[in-house]
Design a protein. Structure first.
Length: 220
């Protein structure tokens, strides 16, 4: 059902990946090379598009699934199963592109678009899992906020966004008042790609559970 509109899941991500890579290479080609590896994170833009896919996966297909008498549970499991395969495929693709990048001296311009130094130092499976976890987390963010909108409409979505902003503001304020920024910085510095993957997966699981609980009472 989701793949009836292949443009959303395959066409647009492919265009974003190719165009962002070509633009990054072109920019790096005209910037003087001072010798160090030059990072361009535009290649990760496809994963940020998955935030929008999460929204569209619910808003465009959920009403149709209910008209076809598909249960909410089947719709939820099918949608997450499809995206898990897509996120894993993207992780493998990013890892392979990183290998090509390393073999070609950063596409001939000494750039790091996919082979980010901090990430490529880890094992191949850790790299794939990290990309998978980040893509999944972004998808679940979009999917959960879309379910909130379906359940409580604009008012509920506004409250959810304000609540999310309040939590972030509270965390920043707490670190400031307790003078804990040094400890926070040290924690981030010591964070390994595998540890970050675990935290991202934990966040994705929490959002997945929350979105399913919300979807059970959402109306088309």
């Amino acid at each position: 059902m989701q793949l009836l509109n292949k443009w959303i899941y395959l066409g647009i991500p492919a265009i974003i990946l190719v165009s962002s890579t070509l633009i990054a290479v072109a920019i790096l080609a005209v910037i003087p090379d001072t010798g160090g590896t030059r990072m361009a994170l535009s290649g990760q833009s496809v994963m940020w598009y998955f935030l929008g896919i999460g929204v569209q996966a619910l808003t465009l297909t959920f009403p149709f699934s209910q008209a076809m008498s598909v249960s909410r549970r089947s719709f939820y499991i099918g949608t997450l199963g499809l995206f898990a395969v897509m996120a894993l495929g993207l992780g493998v693709l990013y890892w392979l592109l990183g290998l090509v990048e390393q073999a070609t001296n950063g596409w001939g311009v000494n750039g790091a678009i996919f082979a980010i130094p901090w990430i490529v130092q880890s094992a191949w499976y850790t790299q794939i899992l990290l990309y998978f976890a980040l893509s999944t987390l972004l998808f679940m963010f979009g999917f959960w906020f879309a379910t909130v909108y379906k359940r409580w409409r604009a008012t509920g979505l506004l409250v959810a966004l304000l609540g999310f902003a309040a939590v972030l503001l509270g965390a920043v304020a707490s670190a400031t008042w307790t003078e804990s920024w040094a400890a926070v910085g040290a924690w981030f510095v010591q964070l390994t790609p595998l540890a970050l993957t675990g935290w991202l997966l934990l966040g994705g699981v929490v959002l997945a559970l929350g979105s399913y609980a919300t979807l059970r009472r959402a109306t088309p």
